[in-house]
Design a protein around this ligand. Structure first.
Ligand code: DX5
Ligand code: ZN
Length: 211
């Protein structure tokens, strides 16, 4: 089965966002990864609801929104209404994981949960049947262009063994053709990549090398 490639626009040119989205869309990427950071959960500030709403108008790609924010429950409705197809919150930021999953699904949006590098894989166990996606971070969240942490990828086989067949296992951070291969062997089937795609001289080939 083909991998789901989700280029991270964090590494795109924000002054030419439509052009950069069309490039990955035409190259065969199925999703678009949108990193939302609040300057509290992570030490960086990126983009918010209005940008997601504008992107929704110019692409049919599945909008894969990664919420690196505190109090995620406050922002589910606005991001859902802006057109997100997947909302992935962080386990470390969630007060009540079950309620948050229910809230996301109540808007007909797919629910994802992410774990940071130091969070053990077994915390996901109680939620595997309710979630649509688990995101295993392979860098500390906050910035693009960091080095892949192999130890984090080693959490994937445990999750894969315990997960229902249709659960999507995504990796994010330091993904390139080589590290993607490690992750897919372990059982990941959705690959986020920022720098590897957008800082490449040949964006089309970079996307295709991950498919
Ligand atoms: C990091 C973000 C990533 C980032 C990945 O906190 O969640 O999505 O854009 O960038 P690369 O692929 O360059 O590591
Ligand atoms: Zn991300």
């Amino acid at each position: 089965m083909q991998n789901i490639v989700s280029p991270s626009i964090l590494s795109a040119d924000f002054a030419n966002l439509e052009r950069d989205i069309k490039l990955v869309e035409n190259a065969g990427a199925q999703w678009l990864h949108i990193d939302v950071m609040d300057g509290h959960f992570v030490p960086n500030i990126t983009i918010g609801v209005p940008v997601v709403a504008s992107i929704r108008k110019i692409t049919e790609l599945c909008l894969d929104v990664h919420l690196m924010i505190e109090n995620p429950e406050k922002y589910i409705e606005p991001f859902a209404k802006a057109g997100a197809d997947i909302l992935t919150f962080h386990y470390e930021a969630a007060k009540d994981v079950e309620e948050l999953i229910k809230l996301i699904k109540s808007y007909n949006v797919k629910a994802g949960m992410s774990i940071k590098p130091k969070t053990p894989a077994d915390v996901v166990m109680p939620y595997l049947n309710d979630l649509d996606l688990i995101l295993v971070m392979t860098v500390e969240p906050g910035f693009g262009g960091q080095k892949f942490m192999y130890d984090c990828a080693e959490k994937i086989p445990f999750i894969k063994q315990n997960a229902p067949e249709n659960l999507i296992i995504q990796v994010d951070g330091g993904i390139n053709a080589e590290t993607a291969g490690i992750c897919t062997k372990f059982g990941a089937n959705s690959l986020v990549a920022g720098n590897y795609i957008y800082k490449s001289d040949d964006i089309t080939s970079a996307v295709k090398s991950l498919l």
